[in-house]
Design a protein around this ligand. Structure first.
Ligand code: HEC
Length: 167
C-alpha cells in the first residue's frame, strides 16, 4: 500500500502541538502566574523549618541592578566543551532576538517590542559584569524573558560566558 507522509493525523498533531506551545505566551515571566494551587482534600504543603536556606531555584540569584548581582562570578570551569555548549545554547535561546553578533539583529528582533538590547561589547568594547548578565537572564528584565526555568544554572553561566566573547 502506498503511504502518504506526513499522514493527516500526524499533521493534525503537529498543528495541535504548535498551538499549545503558544498558549503560555500571555506572560513572559510565569513566576507569579503559575501559583501552586491547593486542590480539595489535598494534604497541606509543609513549610520548611525556620532558618532553611534554599539550595536550588532562582531564590538565591540576586536581582539585576543590585551590587550582589554584579559581584557574582562564574563558578563553572570554562573548558572547550563548556565554551561550545555556551555558544550552542546562545544560538538556540538568544540569537533569535539578540542576533548571533549580540547586536540585537536577530530575526525576531525586527518585530519585537521593545527592541532587544545590543549585548555585544559594542563601540565601548566593555561588557557589564558577568554576574549582572547572569541575573538578567535568570530573572528577565522588561521585554527580556526569564530563563530560570528553561536553562539550568550551569547553562545560564555558560551562555553568560559566551555573551562575553561577542565583540
Ligand atoms: C524574546 C526576545 C529575547 C530573547 C529570546 C532574549 N532576549 Fe535578552 N533582551 C531582550 C530585550 C527586549 C531586552 C531589553 C530589555 C530592557 O528593556 O531593558 C534584553 C536585554 C538583555 C540583556 C540586558 C542588556 C542591558 O543592557 O541591560 C542581556 C544581558 C540579555 N538580554 C541577554 C540575553 C541572553 C543571554 C539571552 C539568551 C539566553 C537572551 N537575552 C534572550 C529580548 C530577548
Amino acid at each position: 500500500m502506498k503511504r502518504t507522509f506526513p499522514s493527516p493525523a500526524a499533521l493534525l498533531l503537529a498543528v495541535a502541538l504548535a498551538a499549545s506551545s503558544f498558549a503560555g505566551c500571555e506572560k513572559l515571566d510565569r513566576d507569579m502566574y503559575d501559583n501552586p494551587a491547593f486542590r480539595p482534600q489535598e494534604e497541606p504543603v509543609r513549610l520548611p523549618p525556620e532558618g532553611s536556606v534554599p539550595t536550588k531555584g532562582s531564590g538565591r540569584v540576586p536581582l539585576p541592578g543590585t551590587p550582589a548581582a554584579a559581584a557574582a562570578g562564574n563558578p563553572e570551569r570554562m573548558d572547550d566543551s563548556a565554551r561550545i555548549r555556551g555558544k550552542e545554547l546562545y544560538g538556540i535561546h538568544c540569537a533569535p532576538c539578540h542576533g548571533l553578533s549580540g547586536k540585537g539583529d536577530g530575526r525576531v528582533a525586527a518585530k519585537f517590542v521593545p527592541t532587544p538590547a545590543d549585548i555585544s561589547a559594542g563601540a565601548g568594547g566593555i561588557h557589564p559584569p558577568a554576574g549582572e548578565r547572569f541575573s538578567v537572564l535568570t530573572h528577565g528584565k522588561n521585554g527580556m524573558p526569564a530563563f530560570r526555568y528553561d536553562l539550568t544554572e550551569r547553562e545560564r553561566w555558560l551562555v553568560a560566558a559566551h555573551v562575553e566573547t561577542l565583540k
